[in-house]
Design a protein around this ligand. Structure first.
Ligand SMILES: [Zn+2]
Length: 412
């Protein structure tokens, strides 16, 4: 019920927030659950890696990454909500609450952008073994222990041999976890570049013909924009030294989601770093962004780090909203934020949301003060039809789901 006092408080917040970016959250308001026809995208902020949970218009559910970083170094923000649980547990609980509020169960598919621990879960001396044995509970394995995952898609299944054997302890752990999941009947697939079917709606696709997820890039292979054709960016590995191989980040899987006029880009840790011009082929983010085309919302590559989010990426995507999955003092770096805000690259208005900010970054990176948010989950909600969207920031200090800011609606 909205009392007069609540109304007055809301009005005051609305007026105060008009210039600051259309902030109109009522005090104590909690994020409502997903409803059919709506597209919800939750950028989950644990301060310990990337994870994004999507509920698609027909109720198909999708998790992109489930990172977990352990220990505390001075360049990381504090763990959120706190360090009493592992990051993967916080993610699983967050997803569980969204599923419960929506009347849904389970995660239909997990997509891993690439094989790094801030996206799938590192292991530490304290990481506990899974009850069923064979692997340790971290990242995506922690999520799966709380919420069943039906299908897994990553860039390297089944051999994990490109460009080199993925044999770090956390990569071995992830592979053992997947092998166990496969044995219990779960579906595991390699990411198919160019496809618009691998992540099709699973429950009522015919009802939402304006919905599509297109696989843009992975392993240096990029969609051509024609049918499901692809082209290769990387040179052949034969004759290259292993130290010169494409980086794990450059191999990230990227997708474009479309719902009516709404468009969304996410591409893991794709980079535009070319070794200062020596190796143009190492820039995988620009070709991926160019074939993607303009979107409403874009996730910054590599957490807004210095070697990504170049002018080519910004120009091709030219979104209304950028989301920066951040937890480190270099997320985002000065050059990235300058490019994201540059009106020389594209003239349109844009709002930028970061899931975290280290105070020292604010001192070096003056444009940080132009961000719409610097803390908490960033939730994008697209009503049926995909004509507009809004952004809500949600507290990650606890599990209340309390809305801290509302932005939009933005026309697509
Ligand atoms: Zn990363």
């Amino acid at each position: 019920m909205q009392t007069r006092r609540t109304f007055l408080r809301m009005s005051a917040v609305m007026m105060a927030g008009t210039q600051a970016g259309m902030l109109w959250a009522a005090e104590g308001e909690v994020l409502s659950g997903w409803t059919p026809g709506t597209l919800d995208i939750h950028h989950i902020a644990t301060g310990r890696g990337n994870s994004t949970f999507l509920i698609l218009p027909d109720g198909t559910t999708m998790l992109v990454d489930a990172g977990a970083i352990y220990g505390h170094t001075e360049y990381l923000i504090d763990a959120r909500p706190d360090a009493s649980r592992r990051p993967g547990e916080w993610i699983g609980r967050y997803v569980g609450r969204q599923l419960g509020a929506a009347g849904l169960s389970g995660i239909d598919r997990f997509m891993l952008t690439h094989l790094h621990g801030d996206h799938l879960g590192y292991v530490s001396a304290d990481t506990p073994p899974a009850a069923k044995g064979g692997y340790k509970l971290t990242g995506v394995a922690d999520v799966a222990a709380l919420v069943p995952i039906r299908r897994y898609v990553d860039r390297a299944w089944p051999d994990y041999s490109y460009p080199a054997d993925a044999k770090a302890d956390f990569q071995q752990n992830y592979r053992s976890f997947l092998a166990t999941e496969a044995k219990s009947g779960k579906v595991i697939e390699r990411f198919k570049v160019g496809s618009d079917r691998q992540f099709a709606l699973e429950h009522a696709a015919a009802k939402y013909p304006g919905f599509e997820i297109r696989n843009l890039a992975a392993n240096g292979e990029v969609w051509t924009g024609q049918g499901d054709g692809t082209r290769a960016l990387f040179p052949k590995l034969a004759g290259m030294k292993e130290a010169e191989y494409p980086s794990e980040n450059a191999c990230s899987a990227a997708i474009r989601l479309r719902y009516g006029k709404f468009g969304y880009y996410t591409g893991g840790d794709l980079v535009s770093d070319t070794n200062y011009g020596r190796d143009p082929w190492r820039d995988t983010e620009t070709p991926a962004a160019e074939v993607c085309g303009p979107v409403s919302v874009a996730v910054t590559n590599h957490h807004g780090y210095f070697n990504a989010n170049g002018a080519g990426y910004v120009r091709a995507l030219r979104p209304r909203v950028f989301v920066i999955p951040a937890w480190d003092s270099a997320h985002p770096t000065v050059n990235t934020l300058a490019a994201l805000y540059s009106k020389a690259i594209y003239p349109g208005e844009r709002d930028i949301f970061a899931t975290a900010m280290k105070p020292e970054n604010r001192i070096t990176n003056k444009r940080v003060d132009d961000l719409k948010s610097m803390s908490g989950h960033v939730v994008v909600r697209v009503p049926a039809g995909g004509e507009s969207f809004q952004v809500m920031t949600v507290s990650n200090a606890d599990e209340s789901g309390r809305i801290t800011g509302r932005y939009g609606p933005y026309a697509c």
